[in-house]
Each structure stands twice: as C-alpha cells, then as structure tokens.
Design a protein around this ligand. Structure first.
Ligand code: PLP
Length: 427
C-alpha cells in the first residue's frame, strides 16, 4: 500500500519528524557517532538495539548496592535482588500482550527455546515431528534438530520444513494451513518465527495456533523479531509458548537476557515435563531447601537459577521506556516510518530494487528486506562508508529496520539518498 501523501524530500521528512509525538525519545538513546562527529544512520535495531542513556545509571545502582551491601543486597538493595525479576514482569507482559503470570525474563533466547521444547515437544507414537520454516534462523533449526536427536529420533524423518512457492520468498498462510491439515497428526510441535528474520514477514499467530491445536499439535513462536517491534497479543493468540530476546527491538544490550511466555492453561499442569531448578520453586519454601519441587503456578516455574542482576538491570531500564510509550503508539509510528521507507525505495524503480518483505503493513513489522538487482557486497560497503549501519545478507539483500523508538523520518530519507547516490542513479 503506497501512501501517496508522502514526498521525496528532506524538508518533508523533517516535517514528519516535527509532527512525531515520539520524537523526544531519540534523545534518550546513544546514537553511535561517525569519525566526523555526525551520528550514523542507524537502521540496525533489528539486530542490536541502541543503548538507552538511562541504562548506565541503572547498572551503577546495582554495582553500588553490591559494593555497599554484599549479600544483604538480596533484601536491602534499593531494588532488592531476591524478587528482582518481578520488577520487570508487568512491563514485559504489556510489550508482548500477555498476563503477567504468563511471562518471565530469564536466560537467553536459544536456551529458553530448548527449555520450552523440553516441555512442549513430546514425541509419542506417530506424532513425532516438528514443523519449522525452511529458512528459519539457524539457531532455531539447530535447537529443533538436536531436540529431535535427544529423543532418539532422526531429524531427516522428523523435521517438516515450510518452503515458499516456486519463485516466491515469503510463505503463504494458506500453504501453512494446508501442511498442518495434511500432516497435523504427525506433528508434535509447530515452531515458527513470528516475524521472519530474513524476509520480515509476520505470521498470524492466532490462526496458526488454532490450526495446530485443532490437529492436536503444540504451537510455539520465536518472537525475536516481533517483541518490541509490533504488538503480539500472545495470550489472545492462544499459542502454548513463545520465546524472544531483548537485545533487538528491546534495547537491553548485547547478548542480554531473553523472555518466555507460557500460556496460563499450562501453569497448573504438574504432568508437564520440565527441567527444574530452585528459582522455579514455591517462593515461600524455597529456602527450606528440603521440600520436593513445588512449582510456582506461573511461567516463573521454568526459572532455574537466581538471575544475573546486572543483565536484568539493563532489561528493566529499557522496559521502562516501552512502558511509558506503549506498543500501540510505537506501532502507529512504525507503520508510517516503514511506509515512508518503502515509498522512497520503490521510487528507485523495479528494475533496480525488489522489496521481498510483504507490502501489506499487517504482514510485516518495521523491517524491509531490500533486494538490489545485480548488486554485490561492494554496494553495501559503500553505503556503510557513507554513514549507514544496516545489515547485508548474501547474495543481494539489505535488511533495514527504522525503529519507532529512536529513528526519525530524516534517518529514512538520508538512507534513501545514500542508497540512491551509490546506485549511480541520476534524477
Ligand atoms: C536473534 C535470533 C536468535 C539468536 O539467538 P540467541 O540465543 O539470542 O543467540 C535466534 N533465533 C532468532 C529467530 C533470532 O532472530
């Protein structure tokens, strides 16, 4: 959908920025600077989000309390470490559209994916398979394959890969539905990225969960590229579990902790297999250290260790910003910002570029994956030199994600100008 009210000019982009009610948030982030002192045009928040300026003092608070209080910080720190993870839960739940009891921040993404598969991938009888995207993020595929082998099965027999139609890059929902219809009674787990990392395509989690559940499959989503990017409504989607990282759109820092959603329908199921540790145990009796494992009847039951407070402080400081702005406002701006990017890039002509991300804003988040015809990495190196930080995927795709929290319409326009200049196109 091309918005014809957009204009190809820096003045127009600046006007859009003036009207942007979220524009003040840009100044709350550190923008990486080029050698000339100008900020980079940073369009890589889908890979690593920028540092909120508030994060340093959040970390310093915990260092200070550790310095002054030692072990007493568990109870007497400004933000006591014992219940620390609970401080994050409500804001995290709002970001992903879940009940607070369904969400916990813990571990890292691939670790959490494994922990969820321990509970929700239970091959039995003829139901042994995992349905996954053919171009799933490699870590997700390795996790799925190794879980299959862990159960003594062979990934060659037990992994069903969803492939796009011939000549297409994105999957069609009706094709996903058809595979579930045809193979559903052999599928133990449907595991999809809710927004594909490569194409930027968004999948309808509610529909896929309903199709899967109707066939008796468990359904989980990797929301690494969805969390903080668009509202996810995880509870309402009905999926069994979801996992995500907090360092992409959620700005919690390199390798930061991940998040987990477990639908409340599973919270009281004591037959569910799970890898357990003391932090998942009933908080009232955790320190008696004797009782048999008594799981907290929330997603917290999947916690194993007492959490890394320094890492968690960075997640919390970022979540405070999301809590203040809210996903709906971010999404409204994101649709407009990415729409502007699409409008500008499309003006370069179909013989030069092809956007492989779906054109329907409902089927994508902030990211556009732009295929540049007859280009190679030298083009990408040139735009990098000209001050753009984006992401290159061989053989010819630039992934660009203007992020509503801190990117501007001017960023988008400047990216377009740099791309155009380096394609050697003339007005
Ligand atoms: C970013 C990303 C990962 C990275 O996993 P880590 O465990 O955080 O290193 C995995 N899967 C998907 C879909 C991703 O987008």
């Amino acid at each position: 959908m091309l918005d014809t009210s957009y204009q190809i000019s820096l003045a127009f982009a600046k006007q859009m920025d003036e009207k942007d009610e979220l524009r003040k948030y840009r100044s709350q982030f550190h923008l990486p600077l080029q050698k000339n002192g100008e900020p980079y045009i940073y369009l890589c928040g889908n890979s690593l989000g920028l540092q909120p300026k508030s994060t340093r003092s959040a970390l310093e608070q915990e260092l200070e309390d550790w310095k002054n209080l030692g072990v007493e910080g568990h109870f007497h720190a400004k933000n006591p470490w014992m219940p620390y993870h609970e401080f994050l839960t409500e804001a995290m739940a709002k970001v992903v559209g879940a009940k607070p009891s369904e969400v916990v921040v813990m571990n890292t993404l691939t670790v959490n994916l494994h922990l969820m598969m321990v509970s929700f991938y239970q091959p039995k009888g003829k139901r042994t398979k995992i349905l996954i995207e053919a171009d799933a993020f490699p870590s997700d595929k390795y996790a799925a394959q190794s879980q299959i082998r862990f159960h003594g099965l062979d990934p060659k027999d037990c992994l069903i890969e969803l492939k796009a139609r011939k000549g297409e890059v994105c999957l069609q929902h009706e094709d996903i539905q058809q595979v579930i219809e045809e193979h559903g009674d052999e599928i133990a787990l449907i595991l999809l990225g809710n927004t594909n990392y490569y194409t930027g395509q968004y999948f309808n989690m509610k529909k896929i969960s309903a199709w899967g559940h109707a066939k008796g499959c468990k359904v989980g989503f990797d929301c690494a590229h969805g969390a903080g990017n668009m509202p996810l409504n995880l509870h309402d989607s009905g999926c069994d579990f979801a996992v995500w990282c907090n360092y992409k759109y959620l700005n919690a820092g390199p390798g930061s902790m991940g998040g987990v959603f477990v639908h409340e329908r599973h919270h009281h199921d004591k037959t569910l297999p799970r890898l357990e540790g003391w932090w998942g145990h009933n908080k009232a009796t955790r320190f008696k250290m004797r009782d048999a494992f008594d799981p907290i009847p929330t997603a917290e039951a999947w916690q194993m260790s007492n959490p890394p407070i320094l890492a968690m402080a960075a997640v919390w400081s970022s979540l405070k910003l999301f809590d203040e702005v809210g996903m709906n406002k971010l999404r409204t701006k994101a649709i407009s910002l990415t729409g502007y990017l699409e409008f500008l890039v499309k003006s370069l002509g179909e013989d030069v570029i092809n956007i492989i991300t779906p054109a329907d804003p409902k089927l994508r988040g902030s990211q556009l994956s732009i295929q540049v015809k007859n280009a190679d990495k030298t083009l990408f190196d040139k735009i990098t030199k000209a001050g753009v930080i984006a992401d290159w995927r061989e053989p010819d795709v630039i992934r660009v994600a203007p992020v509503a929290m801190y990117n501007s319409f001017e960023d988008v326009f400047r990216f377009y100008s740099v791309l155009k200049d380096n394609l050697g196109l003339k007005d």
